[in-house]
Structure formats: C-alpha cells, structure tokens
Ligand binder design. Sequence first.
Ligand code: SAH
Length: 354
Amino acid sequence: MLLPMEMNNILKIIEKLEKEHSLTVEEYEYLIDGRTEETAEIIAEKARKVREAIYGKSVYIRGLIEISNICKNDCLYCGIRRSNKLCDRYRLSEEEILDCADEGYALGFRTFVMQGGEDGSFSDEFMCSVIRKLKEKYPDCAVTLSIGERSRESYERLFNAGANRFLLRHETADKEHYEKLHPEGMSFETRMECLRNLKEIGFQTGCGFMVGSPFQTTHNLALDLKFVEEFKPQMCGIGPFIPHKDTPFKDYPPGTAELTCYLLSIIRLIHPNILLPSTTALGTILDGGREKGILAGANVVMPNLSPISVRKKYMLYNGKISTGDESAEAVRNLAERMKSIGYEIVNDRGDYKE
Ligand code: SAH
C-alpha cells in the first residue's frame, strides 16, 4: 500500500510521462520502486489506450525461425553459450529455412524473423542469399534478422540484400552490469555501436533487455528505460530472465511477469508507436503471460516456426513453451488466446507506424 502522498507522486509522474514521453532516471526509479497493483493497472490502462489509438486491437505476428544454436559467444545467462557442452548443436540449411517460411506464409505470417547464435558459418554471402530468396518468393513479407553483432559493412550488405529489420537487445544499458552478464572479451561499447550502426543504415531496429537478470538493480532498469527513450528504437524486446540449468546463472531467481508487464506499459508510454512484443519468455514464466503483456500495451507476438526437430535444441532458458506443438496448432492456440482478451491476430507485415 502506498501512502496518499506517494500515490499522488506516482500519478504525477505517470501524467508527465504521458505528456512528455520522457522522465529523469530518478523518476523512472521512483516509478519502478513505487509500483503497486493499483498503479500497475492505471498505467496498463493508459498504455492500452495509447496502443489502441495507433494499432487498434490488432496483434502482429512474427514467424520466428531459429536458424542455428551454434554460438561463439559465452553470455553467462544463455543456454546456447559456447561453453555449454551439453547443448546439442544444429544449423538449418538454406532449404530448411525456406521451408519454414513456406509453412509460415501459408499460416498467414508476413514477417519472418531469422534468429540464431553467432554462428561463424553464417557468412554475409549465405545470409544475403537466404534474404534474397525470401524476398523474391515473398515480396509482400518483411525479413527481420536477430543474429548478433557484426561489422557495419556486414550489416550494410544484409540491408542491401533486402532485410528490413534487426533485433539486437542491448541487454543492459549499464556498462558495469553488462560486464557481470558477459565474459571478458564481450564489450558493452561494441554492442551499443552495433545498435547505432543498424539504425543509421536504415533497419527498423529493436533493442531490449531481460527483466530480473542477475545483479540487476532498479537503477539499471531506469537506465534501460532512459536508453530506450533516447535511442528511439522502432522495436523493443523485453522478457523475464529465466535460468538455464547448464549455465553459471542456474541458481539465480527468474524475473517476474508482473515487473515485465509494468515495464511494457512504461515503454508504450515513452514511445506510443513502438512495436512491442509480448515475449515467449513472458509466456513461459506465467501461463497467460503473453495475454497479460498485450493487456499491458504490447502489440506483437512471435510464434515459433522452427522445425519441430530442432525446437528443443534452441533452449535459451529452461521450460520454454511450445517446443512440441506444430506451428499451425500453436498459431491457432495463440489466436484463441488473443481473442479471449478482445484482441485479434492479423496477417499483415505489421510495420512501424511513423
Ligand atoms: N545471438 C543473437 C540472439 C540472442 S538470443 C543476439 O546476440 O542478439 C535472443 C535473446 O534471448 C537475447 O538477446 C537475450 O536477451 C535472451 N535470452 C538469452 N538467455 C536468456 C535467459 N536465460 N532468459 C531469458 N532471456 C534470455
């Protein structure tokens, strides 16, 4: 319970955010630490209103194709990190990727997201060829990449081959925190530079972070929000951290759906037009989590289109949902879930609206 005066302060901050789309880091901290069920409902309602004014009741779907779990990086939180010797590695061929897209197109997807570990064999040549083939076959579809850090020249080639969007979560906007989540050799500055390059090149760019990652403080989260505010991404992916049993962070507690949804609402108010996914991690940590995310202001979901045979191998964290269902079944299920809360999945590219 908040004292009446604290409640008043929080309401004032929410009003300021609604009007100015900007807060100080201290105000973001206050908003996060002072949250209650009541203030969360107030802010969620405002976020829904803002979202519905721009995107209506539509929920955009993105077909996620997990193209490889081979990764040269060793992020301490991630189940497909290089050092995880128990991870059974795979890499999809060009043909397999195109088959996933065929299935997805028939199911109504008009955006394909190719995501994977930083697999050295995904040369520019290979990626550009897949992108070109996808765009040739499906000129009405958007292609999104989520394949990690690359040189500016490489990003340019991918963009010129026809890729439209790129997701690269910044993971945390605090350098010190970044260094606790990543081994030596991975650099906060490089990741941020990649994001700036992507945006300058012209990709619809997505940043993002985990909620409740180990060592994360309210101050870290406030810096994440400030970064999202200033970077002005077209997309922002956030989901709860969920421990994976074969990583150094196996004994750390997961993040919560509650805080994730609260932050989704704040991000919607910072950038009314942003494409904001209600993530698989949110649906994993809580049954009905993705519905809650939509009700908190999110407007995108990313069902899995990967071949069933590899789904269990792309295990970033434990317990990941829908690793067993046929894609068609999963889409029907999700459509039902969205309908149950008054929203509707649409067969649309779902571009960012200026
Ligand atoms: N290699 C790509 C894709 C990474 S996987 C890249 O570097 O961008 C996509 C996202 O999954 C990561 O950015 C991270 O935020 C999230 N993730 C990884 N491990 C996780 C975990 N244990 N719990 C929740 N999210 C996780």
